[in-house]
Design a protein around this ligand. Structure first.
Ligand SMILES: [Zn+2]
Ligand SMILES: [Zn+2]
Length: 290
């Protein structure tokens, strides 16, 4: 069964949304896009897409292998599409938690996405060109091993990616309460991108916010705490190369500097702000900050 790559069809819609947002910010708030930051977002996106094309072949090979050895068989029924909608969105939630709470994935994959102090539709395209090499995407071919056809997994993943672009904006304040309760909205994702202590490590959902409500990672946007966007490890983001390699560079420097296998391993697999006992044993960015 041939299913479309929704994300590619969605790109013209995203382009219109970017123009409308730019006009809105300029006319209403007199706070236009910062051209250079938008340029960096576009360069990072092109790099990400390029590497994704290279690893895409591997994705298909592993997905087909998984489907050949599938544990269950869901086929192309309506029920299978509905089941995959929930299962894929949960995988998105779980891998997103991993990308925030394990320094390797934060450094190699996700810091770039959060590194801008701006937050608009173009931020959705700000991804690390190194991200496809981190291997976090391997969770998706595993859905084929579970029993979902590869084309269906690819379709749902592209649908999710397209949806998530619309959550990157400050132009939409709140949506009706029922939508805010079930789905990830711009308000929820603003909180996710904010570095305020009350907002750190919250709202990991892709399409559904229910996973955050279930697993205790939900935080509503508060009128008394305006979102400050960016990362806690403030660094110079004016050069694309620095943005891409900052995370891995600082992780490798910490590994080399720290003594003992436990400290070195902890630097790789524990939270990005974790420090060994000899340095205070902190894990900023979790409950300690609130
Ligand atoms: Zn994130
Ligand atoms: Zn985002």
């Amino acid at each position: 069964m041939a299913l479309p790559d929704v994300f590619n069809y969605f790109l013209p819609v995203a382009a219109v949304a970017i123009v409308l947002e730019w006009l809105w910010l300029t006319r209403r708030l007199h706070r236009p896009y910062r051209g250079r930051e938008v340029g960096r977002n576009v360069v990072l996106w092109l790099g990400y897409e390029g590497l994704t094309w290279l690893t895409g072949g591997l994705f298909i090979v592993i997905g087909l292998w998984g489907y050949e050895h599938r544990l269950l068989d869901f086929g192309y029924s309506l029920g299978a599409f509905v089941a995959l909608f929930f299962v894929e969105d949960f995988v998105m939630y779980a891998t997103h938690v991993l990308k925030h709470r394990c320094r390797f994935f934060w450094a190699a994959d996700h810091e770039v996405h959060h590194s801008s102090s701006e937050f608009n539709f173009t931020t959705a395209f700000r991804n690390s060109p190194l991200a496809p090499l981190s291997g976090a995407w391997l969770a998706w071919p595993m859905l084929c091993l579970l029993g979902f056809p590869p084309a269906m997994v690819f379709f749902q993943a592209s649908l999710s990616r397209a949806y998530q672009c619309f959550t990157h904006t400050s132009t939409v304040r709140r949506l009706p309460a029922a939508i805010e309760w079930v789905f990830v909205t711009p308000s929820h994702h603003r909180v996710h991108h904010a570095k305020n202590p009350a907002y750190i490590d919250k709202n990991y959902g892709g399409i559904l916010i229910i996973w955050d409500r279930i697993f205790g990672t939900f935080q509503a946007e508060r009128d008394d705490i305006p979102c400050e966007f960016g990362v806690l490890s403030e660094f110079d983001t004016s050069r694309v190369g620095r943005v891409v390699f900052h995370g891995l560079g600082s992780m490798i420097a910490d590994i080399r500097r720290r003594r003992g296998l436990a400290a070195k391993l902890g630097t790789i697999i524990r939270a990005p702000s974790w420090t060994p006992a000899s340095e205070g044993g902190q894990t900023l960015g979790t409950d300690e900050l609130r």
